[in-house]
Design a protein around this ligand. Structure first.
Ligand SMILES: [Ca+2]
Ligand SMILES: [Ca+2]
Length: 135
């Protein structure tokens, strides 16, 4: 996986470095993406927080990695990343936008089918996996 990131940096130059830094905690969600999805500003740098909980989930024959963050340190999880085995960037982002402690409200699940980081090409979705009760 480290090799893959290095390849990306070589291939994409600065953009690759941004991708690399996103995995190191320096990444911030771009302001226009925060606006686009009404994501509270307190989540813009959520990657600087350590992962609260890490688990794997099997769905549709693939094993997904799930990383859960408590960005505001109030003891409730507020950001979730779901990463497919095909990428290093998340496929799903879940934000507890209304702060009620769950991720099941309208607009709280974002699908990035391009798996290239939060850059505006995502869309709001609902998470079919949550029906299986894994989060
Ligand atoms: Ca919520
Ligand atoms: Ca994206």
């Amino acid at each position: 996986m480290a090799e893959k990131l290095k390849d990306k940096v070589l291939k994409f130059g600065t953009a690759g470095l941004l991708m690399l830094s996103s995995s190191c905690g320096f990444y911030r969600i771009p302001a226009e993406v925060l606006n686009q999805f009404n994501i509270p500003k307190k989540f813009e740098n959520y990657l600087s927080n350590k992962v609260n909980l890490e688990l794997t989930v099997e769905a549709k024959g693939m094993v997904f990695s799930v990383y859960i963050y408590d960005t505001d340190k109030d003891g409730r999880n507020d950001v979730v990343e779901v990463i497919s085995p095909l990428s290093t960037s998340p496929m799903f982002y879940l934000f507890d936008i209304n702060g009620d402690g769950d991720f099941e409200d309208d607009g709280e699940t974002i699908l990035d089918e391009y798996m290239d980081g939060l850059n505006g090409n995502e869309k709001i979705t609902s998470l079919p996996l949550s029906e299986e009760g894994f989060i």
